[in-house]
Design a protein around this ligand. Structure first.
Ligand code: KG4
Ligand code: ZN
Length: 353
């Protein structure tokens, strides 16, 4: 594991992290900035039939799996519960009934072991998941639920510069994929199809590229995909998936490549511009959409050209996981974490900042 992450945690602490904010039941053990184990049990297949996450299904599955996932994380880290210095858990934001499962499990463990319980902000954990050089930096967090551009000057100080006004970037990938007739989650599907496609085949809009602020919007782009799919189907005399049709139009790869190019251009351009305007010499990119190879390559190209250090989260830390929860908790403890009152509750709408 990288030297910078380790050097942030001078006194090693053994942390068990637990994450159940959405549709991944996850537990991990970290020590001294090093990930000793990371277990993620994904519910993607369960939710795929519904085309998105169903909260009731998610919480039931978390309940079924949480104990086994925690045990597996401890076993693969070869750590006994007595060796833990703290338990960390996602407090929010996320689905209320899903968050409750993780917090109940974490609280039970912390009480039994008499070890501190560290509540963690899910987005903050994504934000610090790349291996960062010393601060400051501008962070882009792009996931299924969030698209945020954040200015980080000092440890723990997060000024949100901009956010999506409607769909998150990952949500846009998921919705566009559905319109095109691809399965859920849409991001990896679109990325796979886009490899064979022409990114200039369809002239999709670049929403808010020139808006003069740092916000994003992706619902118009999704609507443009909807109209294009409907037009292509009408030309062939077929029905789109949305209209109950089954056949895929032949231009799927071009549609995916053009849609992906539009999202990537807006995300990279606005982030690099924000870093330049704020004089930040470092950009951090994280969240599920940061798995996208084309997005990563474009950030690398742009940052190299601008002489900006790029801290990309490792792919295994991009989608939801508990290692990022444990790693952030360790940093918090190293910076003098003050525990909240013992009766703290989940915070499904917890705002970063
Ligand atoms: O961070 P994450 O696991 O969960 C949330 O906190 O939302 O992100 C999941 C999102 C989904 O919308 C998924 O489609 C998207 O990340 N995603 C991708 C890729 N892999 C996952 N989007 C684009 N390209 C990918 N390769
Ligand atoms: Zn997430």
């Amino acid at each position: 594991m990288a030297a910078n992450r380790k050097s942030l945690c001078k006194r090693k602490r053994m942390i068990l992290g637990i994450e159940t904010s959405c549709d991944e039941t996850a537990a991990a053990v970290a020590n001294g900035g090093e990930i000793l184990s990371s277990v993620v049990s994904s519910q993607t297949d369960l939710h795929a039939v519904y085309g998105g996450v169903v909260p009731e299904v998610a919480s039931r599955q978390h309940l079924r799996l949480i104990d086994a996932v925690i045990r597996k994380a401890m076993r693969s880290a070869e750590v006994s519960s007595g060796q833990l210095n703290a338990v960390a858990v996602t407090r929010g934001p996320g689905l209320p009934s899903a968050l409750l499962v993780g917090v109940a499990a974490a609280r039970g463990l912390s009480l039994r072991l008499q070890k501190p319980l560290v509540p963690v902000h899910h987005i903050e954990a994504h934000l610090y998941s790349p291996d960062l050089k010393p601060l400051p930096f501008v962070a882009l967090i792009v996931s299924g639920g969030h698209t945020l551009l954040v200015d980080v000057r000092r440890w723990g100080s997060h000024e949100v510069l901009g956010r999506t006004l409607d769909d998150a970037a990952g949500e846009a990938f998921d919705k566009a994929a559905r319109l095109i007739g691809l399965s859920y989650p849409g991001g990896p599907e679109i990325e796979r199809e886009a490899r064979e496609g022409n990114p200039r085949a369809f002239d999709f809009p670049r929403p808010m590229l020139q808006s003069g602020d740092w916000n994003f919007s992706f619902s118009g782009l999704k609507t443009a995909v909807r109209y294009t799919v409907a037009r292509l189907n009408a030309e062939r005399g077929t029905r789109s998936v949305e209209q109950g049709g089954k056949s895929k139009i032949p231009q799927v790869a071009d549609l995916c490549a053009s849609f992906q190019a539009a999202v990537i251009e807006v995300l990279t351009e606005k982030t690099v511009r924000a870093a330049k305007v704020l004089g930040a010499r470092q950009i951090a990119v994280s969240g599920g959409v940061a798995c996208n190879t084309a997005l990563r390559a474009e950030f690398e190209r742009r940052c190299q050209a601008e002489g900006i250090h790029l801290a990309l989260a490792e792919k295994k830390l991009c989608t939801d996981n508990a290692a990022m929860i444990a790693l952030l908790a360790e940093k918090k403890l190293a910076h003098g974490f003050e525990p909240p009152p013992a009766d703290w509750d989940i915070d499904p709408d917890w705002i970063l900042g």
